[in-house]
Ligand binder design. Structure first.
Ligand SMILES: *Cc1c(COP(=O)(O)O)cnc(C)c1O
Length: 476
């Protein structure tokens, strides 16, 4: 069959563009984007025909090209960084931005997005410091003399090492030379800071006397690193923080603890493994503690440095502090998050990470059943929908061996590969991210934020509409 007649029927770019312009597309989207999308849609059709596809199956009507062009414009103008629904059951999902912010933290971000009192001392009408906004809050919630925030915990560690130990020696146990998330390796950060790493002990055992024997006039810091993302069991010995603090006092060398995960309140009462809280670390008299803002604290990306004022003064005044400084949006979210902890009982409800961690199993089951019933209504006939017990994780390199029993909804398409549904839900303007488990899509309800159940239902409604369109298309 000669494809030429169909090729000649292809609507011209100008005609499609004129229609989109009449629909207001050139006011809503950049002209160049709309033109590029129209060209691409026309080109795709042209290539299908040239490839010898049966012209009766290639719809070259103006309406068909318009529909495709509208979709392409909508898809290409979506920001690549956008909101998603986390139905993975992993609370601090690194790929999904770790901790979701509390309502108050979100409002605080929006509030200071314009002009703010970032570095204005309102009363004295002069220049203020951005750091005052969290300094006393950090001290209050951790019990430390003072606190300071930088870009993230990797930056916090780099800054403390540089300010306290550049060109000098830092003693660390071989069992604590951790790698976090692939790009943070303690020996590399140490090298970047210009401090010399002195490894002591063995992988599984490090005693106090290992540290003691390594102290020289060149020693500037004793460093302890929390093994936040792995556990060491069996024939092991670890020197405790109080022991190390005592040694530091005795030899007149500051002690730093890189705590990483940074729980403010004790998670032990949830039946989770003992994770040292920041306050407990501070209580040992350690000079400086560093931890993340977006792990167990449940706030924005930030690196928190708390400890003795005298030591913090040296850290704050180092030139690197300026290069690693926290920005106003993070600072607003961080202050709002810390304020929740002034009333720890309310923090359990207001900080999403804590709320998710402490969600009772009965509540999760109830929520899963409700979501399942809603999905059953719309998917009956095209998929099996059920409720299953599942196991989530804390994630983000925190509490590595903790399993969080939970409930989820499974969706098993009757005539489609589950991968296709998963892919479709992931490519929505508001992507729904679940996990594929045994030919079914599993949505763990623990990590859904309030109101997101309805949005999951919306996502599946869109999928269903698309499927019925596709089957109508192939039927004609
Ligand atoms: C997570 C972690 C870091 C890195 O913190 P970021 O906030 O991700 O930069 C450093 N040290 C420890 C012990 C950690 O757990």
């Amino acid at each position: 069959m000669d494809p030429k007649p169909s090729l000649r029927q292809l609507p011209q770019v100008e005609r499609i563009l004129a229609r989109l312009e009449a629909e207001g597309y050139l006011l809503r989207y950049p002209r160049a984007l709309v033109v590029a999308c129209v060209r691409e849609v026309v080109e795709r059709k042209r290539r299908s025909l040239l490839r010898g596809e049966d012209p009766s199956t290639v719809d070259v009507s103006l309406e068909a090209l318009l529909t495709e062009a509208r979709e392409l414009v909508a898809r290409k103008s979506l920001p690549s960084l956008r909101r998603v629904i986390n139905a993975t059951g992993i609370i601090l999902h690194t790929n999904l931005g770790r901790a979701p912010l509390s309502e108050a933290a979100r409002r605080a971000v929006a509030e200071v997005a314009g002009y703010s009192t970032l570095e204005l001392d309102v009363e004295k009408r002069g220049r203020g410091s951005r750091h005052v906004h969290v300094e006393s809050l950090l001290a209050q919630v951790t019990g430390a003399e003072s606190g300071f925030a930088v870009n993230n915990n990797a930056a916090a560690v780099l800054l403390v090492l540089t300010a306290l130990a550049q060109g000098k020696e830092v003693i660390v146990s071989r069992g604590e030379l951790v790698e976090i998330g692939g790009s943070f390796r303690m020996p590399d950060v140490m090298a970047a800071s210009g401090a010399r790493l002195v490894e002591v002990g063995t992988t599984n055992k490090t005693y106090l006397w290992d540290y003691e024997q390594a102290v020289t006039p060149q020693t500037a810091l004793l460093l302890k690193v929390h093994r936040s993302n792995f556990t060491l069991r069996g024939f092991v010995h670890e020197t405790s923080l109080p022991e190390l603090v005592q040694l530091g006092r005795r030899v007149g060398i500051p002690v730093m603890y890189d705590l990483g995960s940074g729980a403010i309140i004790d998670l032990h009462r949830l039946g989770l493994p003992r994770e040292p809280t920041v306050g407990e670390a501070v209580e040992t008299g350690v000079d400086v503690v560093t931890f993340s803002g977006d792990k167990l604290l449940g706030g924005p990306q930030a690196g928190l440095i708390v400890g003795r004022e005298e030591v913090l003064r040296r850290i704050r005044s180092h030139p690197l502090a300026r290069a690693l400084r926290i920005d106003k949006l993070d600072l607003a979210a961080l202050a709002a998050t810390l304020r929740h902890y002034l009333d720890p009982e309310r923090a359990w409800q207001e900080v999403p990470v804590l709320r998710m961690l402490s969600a009772p199993l009965e509540e999760l089951e109830r929520r899963a059943r409700r979501l399942s019933a809603r999905l059953q209504e719309i998917l009956g006939g095209v998929a099996h929908v059920g409720v299953v017990e599942t196991v989530g994780e804390v994630g983000g390199g925190s509490l590595p061996e903790t399993h969080l029993p939970s409930f989820g909804v499974t969706i098993r398409p009757l005539s489609d590969p589950v991968e296709r549904w998963d892919q479709f839900l992931r490519s929505l303007p508001l992507p729904v991210i679940g996990v594929i488990r045994e030919d079914a899509l599993l949505l763990d309800v623990r990590t859904l934020l309030p109101g997101e159940e309805e949005e999951v239902v919306g996502g599946l409604q869109t999928l269903l509409a698309e499927l019925s369109m596709a089957s109508e298309g192939s039927g004609t």
